[in-house]
Design a protein around this ligand. Structure first.
Ligand SMILES: C[S@@+](CC[C@H](N)C(=O)[O-])C[C@H]1O[C@@H](n2cnc3c(N)ncnc32)[C@H](O)[C@@H]1O
Length: 186
């Protein structure tokens, strides 16, 4: 069996994923603004402690939905604590994924894969599953950490998996301390 615990970011690192310095360097609103509009259904896959989840919920508005999915119950619990009392609870659906199956079949307009793809062992399956739920005009933003964590070669391979699933590269946004790519369907 693949050792999932060795690959995934432990919940003990949640603090490094959700703090004011990161918010300043990787402002969720600025990063997401080109892709997320009111009324959209979006998926925050590998949401971790929810650094992007609340901002997504604010951006999709009352008529939108955010699926926040993660492998780890402890991460989802952090998101749950965080959204409590914000008024956005009804827009956010928390979902525990399995390592080989994200378990979301709802059609979505946008998928955020922030610092998560390198943790997935079966990337071919991941992108096939994502392709099957993204709307025809939908987009996927994949952001991976710098070279000492994810090499250029690995990032290229990840892009190739997405292209094999049917996605095309639509852009290369500049996001601090990251490698980034936007995919479109078709
Ligand atoms: C480095 S954290 C990033 C969290 C968040 N996206 C952020 O940028 O703050 C990666 C997260 O992806 C989750 N993860 C890894 N593989 C996953 C999978 N196959 N399905 C869902 N979540 C996954 C991990 O549990 C972890 O919480």
């Amino acid at each position: 069996m693949h050792n999932r615990k060795r690959l995934v970011c432990p919940v003990a690192c949640a603090g490094s994923l959700d703090n004011r310095i990161r918010r300043w360097l990787q402002d969720p609103q600025k990063i997401l603004a080109p892709y997320v509009k009111e009324g959209m259904k979006v998926l925050d896959l590998g949401c971790g402690p929810g650094f992007f989840t609340l901002t997504l919920a604010r951006m999709v508005g009352e008529t939108g939905k955010v699926f926040a999915a993660d492998l780890q119950d402890e991460m989802l619990q952090k998101v749950k604590n965080r959204i409590q009392g914000t008024g956005f609870e009804s827009r956010i659906i928390l979902h525990r994924s399995e390592s080989g199956s994200m378990g979301i079949s709802e059609r979505v307009d946008f998928v955020l894969l922030f610092y998560m793809v390198h943790e997935v062992s079966d990337k071919e399956r991941l992108f096939n599953q994502i392709f099957s739920i993204v709307q025809p005009d939908g987009q996927v933003l994949m952001v991976e950490p710098p070279f000492f964590h994810v090499s250029r070669k690995t990032f290229k391979e990840e892009i190739a998996f997405a292209q094999e699933a049917g996605f095309t590269v639509a852009g290369r946004p500049n996001i601090f301390f990251s490698k980034s790519v936007v995919f479109r369907k078709g």
